[in-house]
Design a protein around this ligand. Sequence first.
Ligand code: SAM
Ligand code: FES
Length: 368
Amino acid sequence: MKQYIDELYENNDLGDEKLLYILENIDDNSKEYLVSKAHEIRMRTYGNKVFMRGLIEFTNYCKKNCEYCGIQGRNKNVERYRLTYDQIMECAKVGDRLGYKTYVLQGGEDPYFNDDRIVEIIKGIKSLFPNNAITLSLGERSYDSYKRLFDAGADRYLLRHETASKELYEWLHPGEVFGDRIKCLENLKEIGYQFGAGFMVGLPRQTKADLVKDLRFVKEIEPHMCGIGPFIPHADTKLKDFTAGTLEDTTTILALVRLLLPNVLLPATTALGSIDKVGREKGIKAGGNVVMPNLSPTDVREKYSLYDGKICTGDEAAECRKCIERRINNAGFEVAITRGDNVKWSQDNPDVLQYDSKIVDINGILGF
Ligand code: SAM
Ligand code: FES
């Protein structure tokens, strides 16, 4: 086992059979060794900094019916909401004051938010904060739509592939075609976004061999970001009786992804924090270098219920900010008040300002 981990560490790659061997046989000692190697790599690429993204969940309307997802269109128990343009700008202002130099605008696939409306939002945020980055996470759209949003100023796009197993993907997304999702990722890459793929760990019917497919997929497509979290059941879905993915399996996968893709931006996700009180800290220790605290108004938080037991639904944005910094520090790391671009991308785009000279006294605002 140790020999395979060393090989992965040296080459940033490992054959599929060896990856499968690690997933099937990892024990406490080898896990500790794997995590220590992932830590070494992240210290080399990003040091001890963790980037923050202010997450704005701006609509929970969705035309899709992903079987695992609590806000899928057919769930009649969801109270639907959309944030207004002004509410979104207000979130952006609060976020900037709290030191978030990237916003993630995430929502269900809501036809109301056509290209014109999203362009207006992107331009509005960029006119307020030209040096802050915008990440979109709006699901599948056409090449032309992605291109328009990029040309309007969007910097990054997150679109998890969810699982790299075609059969499992099509079982979880009835009527959807796996190849369409992958084509979207290829389009995002071609257009020039910093793009993010990603998947869930512990999905119903998912095997360890399926997870090896995910690892191989991300190694090959080489995303700038990779969102990985445990599947967690939601009571209103057909998958409600399945068990959630585990902290151990998810952190093993995070460490393997850090070793396969040393430069990747790797979030310690809210889902990981939702299955374990110190899940995000453990995710950071296993190689994670991004956290995404919630910036949405508190009165809509509970309505963006993707899975049961989602944390941070009641706290004000400033509370989340304090909490996240405490967690990052407890894990032995430091918060970075920057756009937090992918390190390789930054080298290729040296003119993009990473540090904003107007940075305010965050401690004063937070009352530390
Ligand atoms: N609609 C956009 C899309 O499809 O990419 C973005 C929103 S979607 C709710 C964001 C992510 O939430 C999905 O990519 C999925 O991986 C995750 N998610 C949804 N339901 C989940 C569940 N039950 N457990 C864990 N993660 C879940
Ligand atoms: Fe659309 Fe989950 S099914 S966001």
